[in-house]
Design a protein around this ligand. Structure first.
Ligand code: MF3
Ligand code: CO
Length: 257
């Protein structure tokens, strides 16, 4: 199977979905506070998208039960919102959300501090967010996927953290997960060459401790050593003018999150 190259019209549809994803994540980020449960975030999301076009992409995907993934502290990705999971001061929570509109998908995630967090966690969030920025900057025609993965891995490891191997970024378009896979590690000059029109959900997952993963339940991936983990994601198109972050409005510039 080939990697799809999207037309400007298709990118426009993905951007419309992506703007809603950004609005939802931006509202959730401000909403997060100690005492809320991860199910409260899910409920708020339902209110935010009620009446909007399109639908939440994750709900029903391979039987996944919710619109959001909410992954707290040592949970890496795909945590399921629960009324029993209360957020406490000092936690971090990755909020991952996707929309489908008019047949096209957009997918994004942000890790949010709950109240005041300790300096080590601040550094983890900063390094992971910066890893996403560095990856996005490599999303240019002529570069290769290995350049993108290497940008993440080298920056993360220089900072004393590790990248998760078991989960990867992914092509996205008329399906949420499409070709190619984008590992958060790699060698410069290796792998598939990026071309105008390619769209990839770029999503570094960074552990403060060892890179190893274990499954807590059918969905929730957590660090094997219990160390905290962070996750930031944007849906990014390769264009003649460089990388285009589809999961935010055009007028928003600067750091990815
Ligand atoms: N951002 C997530 C991913 O790329 C979305 C999938 S969550 C699922 O893996 F629950 F829908 F599978
Ligand atoms: Co994704």
């Amino acid at each position: 199977m080939a990697i799809h190259l999207r037309s400007p019209e298709e990118l426009g549809k993905m951007h419309r979905a992506g703007i809603i994803v950004w609005e939802v994540l931006t509202a959730l980020r401000q909403f997060v506070r100690p005492g809320l449960t991860t199910m409260d975030l899910e409920t708020f999301t339902g209110e935010l998208i009620a009446g909007k076009p399109g639908h939440a992409a994750f709900k029903g995907y391979r039987g996944y039960p919710c619109a959001l993934c909410t992954s707290v502290n040592s949970e890496i990705v795909h945590g399921i919102p629960s009324p029993k999971r209360k957020l406490r001061e000092g936690d971090i929570v990755s909020i991952d959300f996707g929309m489908e509109m008019d047949g096209y998908y957009a997918d994004s995630a942000v890790t949010v501090p709950v109240g005041e967090i300790r300096p080590e966690l601040n550094k983890l969030l900063h390094v992971t967010r910066e890893a996403l920025d560095r990856a996005i900057d490599k999303m240019r025609a002529g570069n290769r996927l290995g350049d993108v993965g290497h940008a993440v891995q080298s920056w993360v490891e220089e900072n004393g953290f590790t990248v998760v191997r078991e989960f990867v970024g992914h092509g996205i378009g008329t399906r949420m997960h499409d070709e190619p896979n984008l590992p958060n590690y790699g060698e410069p000059g290796r792998g598939t060459r990026l071309q105008e029109g390619m769209v990839i959900a770029v999503e570094p997952m960074v552990n403060a401790g060892r890179p190893d993963v274990r499954m807590r339940d059918e969905w929730t991936a957590e660090t094997a050593d219990g160390s905290p983990s962070a996750h930031f994601e944007h849906t990014v198109a390769v264009t003649a003018n460089g990388p285009w972050i589809l999961t935010r409005p055009r007028e928003v510039t600067g750091p990815a999150w």
